[in-house]
Design a protein around this ligand. Structure first.
Ligand code: DGL
Length: 277
């Protein structure tokens, strides 16, 4: 039995990690994961046929996320990372129940990082409408420490601004100032960038809020949490150069171009994989 356990563990170490998002946004998380876990192989799924998830109902997001996660499960992954805040907020409990593979979302690592960083116990959460409505960050933060005061701000226009490469344009600044005014008023000293696209706007958000405000980047916190998980469960790959494989549910060429731009490296072409949620 110990010999079998050893074999099982060695085999699992070599299996890939499945990562998914509604589209390209989760690549900010893949980039952090790849950087933090350079020996791991990753399979990334962008549900480009159904993007955006941000304004969809809990039932719809759960249905879509389940279909993607089940596909990744068929790819024999050892861990699934839900690299989408909206999907993590709406669907993580359902996915954890339905899947055989361990699944990890962005909400808890982000909440933990924010609770650890705040000095005045006031935290602001920036997210999509779905993430804000779900109250997932509020619940996770209060569960960690119910003394915390949490304000939320939905920033739906940040996603198209990031996707269109408008992060440095005056329009982005105007919109960001509008969204961030209530956050500044709230007195929060810690702000969670609770959406895959917001790290792309991190410089702008940081400049508007000022250097005293701590920004929690869900990409970095999740990558660290995934590393801890793999090490604790002795599933981390120890050697070799990790590979990246991509699937998209629509327009794989367009996805590949955006992915290459965002990751800053030449990548394997994405494969089209249509799902029927
Ligand atoms: N990936 C989504 C999130 O992190 C943003 C894009 C979308 O609305 O699908 O919430």
């Amino acid at each position: 039995m110990p010999a079998f356990a050893n074999y099982y563990n060695t085999t699992m170490k070599k299996q890939a990690i499945g990562v998914f998002d509604s589209g390209i946004g989760g690549l900010t998380i893949l980039r952090a994961l790849h950087h933090t876990l350079p020996h791991e192989n990753f399979i990334y799924f962008g549900d480009t046929a159904n993007v955006p998830y941000g304004g969809k109902s809990k039932a719809a997001v759960t249905r879509l996320a389940t279909a993607v996660a089940q596909f990744l499960e068929t790819q024999n992954v050892k861990l699934i990372v839900v690299a989408c805040n909206t999907a993590s907020a709406h669907a993580l409990p359902t996915l954890s129940k339905r899947l055989r593979v361990p699944v990890m979302g962005v909400i808890l690592p982000g909440a933990q990082a924010a609770v650890g960083a705040t000095h005045n116990r006031k935290i602001a959460v920036l997210g999509t409408q779905g993430t804000v409505q779900s109250q997932a960050y509020v619940k996770a933060i209060k569960k960690l420490n119910n003394q915390m005061r949490v304000v939320q701000q939905a920033c739906p226009l940040f996603v198209p601004l990031a996707e269109e490469g408008f992060a440095k344009k005056p329009a982005a600044e105007l919109i960001a100032r509008e969204y961030l005014a209530p956050v500044q008023k709230s007195g929060a000293d810690t702000v969670i960038l609770g959406c895959t696209h917001y790290p792309i706007l991190k410089k702008l958000i940081g400049r508007i809020l000022g250097p005293k405000i701590h920004l929690v980047d869900s990409a970095q916190t999740l990558a660290q949490a995934a590393k801890n998980f793999l090490q604790t469960h002795r599933l981390a790959a120890q050697t070799g150069c990790g590979t990246l494989k991509f699937y998209a549910s629509d327009e794989p060429q367009k996805f590949s171009q955006s992915a290459q731009k965002l990751l800053g490296e030449k990548i394997a072409k994405a494969t089209l994989k249509k799902l029927t949620p």
